[in-house]
Write a protein that binds this ligand. Structure first.
Ligand code: ACO
Length: 402
């Protein structure tokens, strides 16, 4: 065993915390979570109140500027966002370079990274005005880019943003309207979409947000940092869980097969996990899931799709797992991704669009956290240490002598 202090010689005490289960990497005034009580606040406001009374763009303002806007501030913010919803026409060519069957997240990682090439006039991280413009550009353009990734993957023409629509309706319109037919966004569905955006807007130092902060700590431009966050979000243990969850529900297929999958989830020798269950921080319930469940019930009723077999399996699985000793003992509850997947499926989104929708919702949280970090004079480059457990020092042996 190597003596780590002798080896590194710089610090007397090293914190070894794989997965950062108990290490804070920063201080922040943006989001508060109490995992035991199941509480989530944005700038002090409980998520339940925001989901019931506010809307996503107002929540964006709150996350970015720390206070709820006055009516004038809100009008000005909406104006600034809607003015930036179009993407540079040349970006269409960039999309066309991707394979038609690419996952929309693959396209998003590439296109958002490429924003630093298209919008260099907002990449100087030392200029507060440029930081502000980059934040607005990202919030405004993410729905356009996510919808374009979708349209491209199904071979339909891109639909331009329509700025007389609210943020959520505009996104639904860009995803579901086609030039040949009139498409009217259902206000109840737009409201459900807006709530999905709001509930995903920020979640303090989760994996993707920590990735954005770490990338940003080196001075990388905001578009590159958000592309890094999107790449991290894609994984099935994080934002990719909503897609993985729906795919799991489809694989289960019928209610009678649920016990087989529950048994697999409990089997230590089987890597299978019930997707959409469990959370690193919430150990009683996920407050976002409570709101999302209500929304799911409303949407299913509205669309009259309650008898959809996938959704039937979801409802039954939730019931069985919530009464199961294993899940109770390990404090595993449905998380936000379990219900968001159900709503998005009912709305007609393919599973491949679930994570891009999470990414567009979380962009404001990433950018608010990035701005907070860049504006902090104490900010230094993130540089975790490691516990080296490899070979002791040894001499090189010539190839022919091995
Ligand atoms: N199904 C079955 N067992 C589970 C599950 C699950 N979904 N989640 C955790 N467990 C078990 C683990 O096997 C472990 O058992 P052990 O104590 O016998 O070793 C115990 O519960 C603790 O789980 P960990 O994986 O150590 O918990 P961690 O905090 O590291 O992981 C995570 C949390 C990643 C969310 C995990 O619960 C998981 O993989 N869930 C499924 C994926 C998912 O839904 N992710 C979305 C998270 S929410 C979000 O990103 C928006």
């Amino acid at each position: 065993v190597l003596d780590i202090r002798k080896l590194y010689g710089q610090a007397d005490v090293f914190t070894y915390d794989p997965g950062f289960t108990s290490t804070a990497s920063c201080d922040s005034t943006i989001t508060y979570i109490d995992g035991d009580k199941g509480e989530l606040w944005y700038r002090g406001y409980p998520i339940e109140q925001l989901a019931a009374n506010s809307n996503y763009l107002e929540v964006c303002y709150l996350l970015l500027y720390a206070e709820l806007p006055t009516p004038d501030q809100m009008r000005d913010f909406e104006f600034r966002v809607t003015r930036h919803t179009m993407v540079h026409e040349q970006m269409h060519n960039f999309f066309r370079g991707f394979r038609r069957d690419a996952h929309p997240m693959a396209t998003m990682v590439g296109v958002i990274g490429a924003m630093s090439a298209f919008y260099h006039d907002s990449t100087d991280v030392n200029d507060p005005w440029q930081r502000e413009v980059a934040a607005i550009r990202l919030i405004a353009k993410l729905p356009t880019i996510a919808a374009m990734a979708y349209k491209y993957s199904i071979g339909q023409p891109f639909v331009y943003p329509q700025n007389d629509l609210d943020y959520a309706s505009n996104f639904l319109n860009m995803c579901f309207s086609v030039p040949a037919e009139k498409y009217n966004v259902d206000p109840a569905l737009a409201r459900a979409m807006d709530r999905i955006f709001t509930l995903h807007a920020d979640h303090e130092q989760n994996a993707s947000t920590s990735t954005v902060r770490l990338a940003g700590s080196s001075g990388a431009n905001p578009f590159a940092c958000i592309a890094a966050g999107i790449a991290c979000l894609w994984g099935p243990a994080h934002g990719g869980a909503n897609q993985a969850c729906l795919e799991m529900l489809r694989e289960i297929g019928t209610v009678d097969r649920i016990p087989e999958f529950i048994a697999r989830a409990k089997d230590k020798n089987d890597p299978f996990k019930l997707m959409g269950f469990g959370h690193r921080v919430y150990k009683n319930f996920d407050p976002r899931a409570t709101v999302m469940k209500e929304s799911a019930d409303e949407v299913l009723e509205l669309l009259g799709v309650g008898d959809n077999p996938t959704l039937q399996v979801a409802k039954e699985l939730e019931k069985i797992a919530l009464e199961d000793e294993y899940f109770i003992e390990k404090k595993l509850y449905p998380n936000v991704d379990f219900y968001s997947g159900i709503i998005l499926e009912a709305m007609g989104f393919p599973t491949s669009m679930f994570t891009p929708i999470f990414a567009l919702s979380r962009t404001v949280g990433w950018i608010a956290q990035w701005k907070e970090m860049i504006g902090d004079p104490q900010n230094k480059i993130g540089r975790p240490r490691q516990l080296y457990v490899g070979s002791a020092k040894r001499d090189y042996v010539d190839l022919n002598a091995r």
